[in-house]
Design a protein around this ligand. Structure first.
Ligand SMILES: [Zn+2]
Length: 458
């Protein structure tokens, strides 16, 4: 068998990836006569011409017209490149200058403190560092939330985002969600953000955290949600809300969000992120809420890696729950559920590398998504592709742009068990040659060794 590292992708001309083992979720339609392996994958020949997939056929297909290079993958896994539909590029890559304490309140206060150091150059450099990591790992779309509260940092974060969206066009599709507490819609600041988002062709976001923000009876919540949805609706914006990122069962606002969508007749797309305390509600409330979410056509994003880190954390006490939403029940009811990476090396979550393959692998374990295992793969490819309206990405079908991840693993089980650091990423028909960016770029070794944060923590 050819070693994975020796697989050569031609730099020009047509080629065929023969005997590629593709999880069925990446195919828009089953192929006539296809045979599915026990994990749900199909053995295929993928014909590539220039930047496009010229054909997807059952393994053993005839060569197409013209000169083609034949590459026999001998049954190794091939995925479409993936989608990370929930990141925070503006806040990321600040460890060790920020030392997270693992609490949600620490996430807020340490981020606010770090923002005093932000400059346009600093934000742009850290954002691009995150994008480069994602690109090398095989991600083609990132939806990032942009903190839009501090009047000093908000303009620079949006400027950095807009420059990078242009610079990376074609390689990485970048989408931005402007986020602020929902209470910003009590005064003019929410409307100003909606105008900024509309000007940047972004998505309107925010967070609805229950009692802490709205008081025990949440009397203002309906009015705030109405103002929020009308600000989005008036400007033709889609919305994407952080909802119930808390283990407080009383701080439960998801049904209020769903009811607001139905009450206002909002007709844009609505994404809700986290929704973790749904998992702590009584079974009858979970059932009723899922029904309401279906009626309101909500799409969910679950962010298991930072939630496992942040939720149910108490010093000296082992966490008792996993901190994630009821993904199985939502999907069984027909609600779309995607996985996102969320925070990365920031005040909320000190780990991560914008690697959606790793996020899929962790999700399989956190959510017990191994029966069938390909379901978790779909949550980072075809499912978010529809939610973020990037129909060309996350699929392997004729006519789509040729973007793939080629793995050394033959089965999803092998893929789950080893790191896959030797994956080959193909963008628009060509193998990418970029390496992961070096941390030295952000923190020179001399600075790292001299920093008090480093000395205190390591
Ligand atoms: Zn988030």
């Amino acid at each position: 068998m050819t070693r994975h590292a020796d697989i050569a992708i031609p730099s020009s001309g047509a080629y065929v990836l023969r005997r590629a083992r593709v999880p069925g979720c990446f195919l828009r339609q089953p192929l006539v006569g296809q045979q599915v392996d026990p994990e749900g994958s199909v053995l295929l020949d993928i014909h590539v011409e220039g930047e496009k997939i010229a054909g997807v056929r059952l393994a053993g297909s005839k060569p197409g017209d013209g000169v083609q290079t034949e590459i026999d993958l001998q049954g190794r896994q091939v995925w479409a490149t993936l989608i990370d539909m929930h990141a925070h590029l503006d806040k990321g890559q600040v460890v060790p200058r920020v030392a997270p304490d693992g609490s949600l309140s620490g996430g807020i206060t340490l981020t606010a403190a770090d923002q005093s150091r932000w400059t346009l150059q600093d934000v742009r450099q850290r954002m691009e560092f995150g994008i480069r990591c994602a690109y090398v790992h095989g991600v083609s779309v990132i939806r990032t939330h942009i903190d839009s509260v501090d009047p000093r940092t908000t303009p620079m974060s949006w400027e950095a985002f807009s420059e990078l969206r242009t610079a990376w066009a074609g390689k990485m599709a970048l989408q931005a969600v402007g986020i602020t507490p929902l209470t910003a819609f009590l005064d003019h600041s929410g409307v100003e953000l909606a105008d900024r988002v509309a000007a940047a062709k972004g998505i309107l976001g925010g967070w609805t955290d229950g009692i802490a923000q709205h008081g025990p009876d949440r009397a203002d919540l309906d009015g705030l949600l109405d103002r929020f949805f009308s600000a989005a609706g008036d400007r033709g914006l889609d919305v994407d809300l952080h909802v119930d990122q808390s283990d407080d069962v009383d701080a439960f606002t998801l049904p209020d969000v769903a009811r607001a969508v139905l009450r206002t007749g909002f007709d844009g797309r609505v994404v809700v992120d986290h929704c973790v305390n749904l998992a702590l509600q009584p079974a009858s409330v979970i059932e009723r809420t899922i029904d309401l979410c279906l009626q309101a056509k909500l799409a969910f994003v679950t962010l298991p890696t930072p939630m496992m880190y942040l939720q149910d954390r108490h010093v000296g006490r082992t966490p008792r729950w996993r901190g994630v939403t009821v993904a199985h029940e939502l999907m069984a009811a027909g609600v779309p559920v995607a996985i996102g990476g969320d925070n990365c090396r920031d005040a909320w979550f000190p780990f991560g590398d914008h690697d959606m393959v790793d996020t899929v692998k962790q999700s399989v374990r956190v959510f017990q998504l191994d029966n069938p295992i390909a379901q978790a793969v779909a949550m980072a490819g075809p499912i978010p592709s529809a939610i973020v309206e990037q129909p060309d990405i996350g699929w392997i079908d004729e006519g789509s742009t040729a973007r793939f991840i080629l793995f050394g693993a033959r089965t999803l089980n092998e893929l789950m068990c080893r790191p896959q650091a030797d994956r080959i990423v193909i963008d628009r028909g060509q193998r990418i040659t970029d390496a992961l960016p070096d941390y030295e770029e952000l923190t020179p070794t001399a600075t790292l060794l001299a920093s008090s944060a480093f000395r205190a923590r390591f």
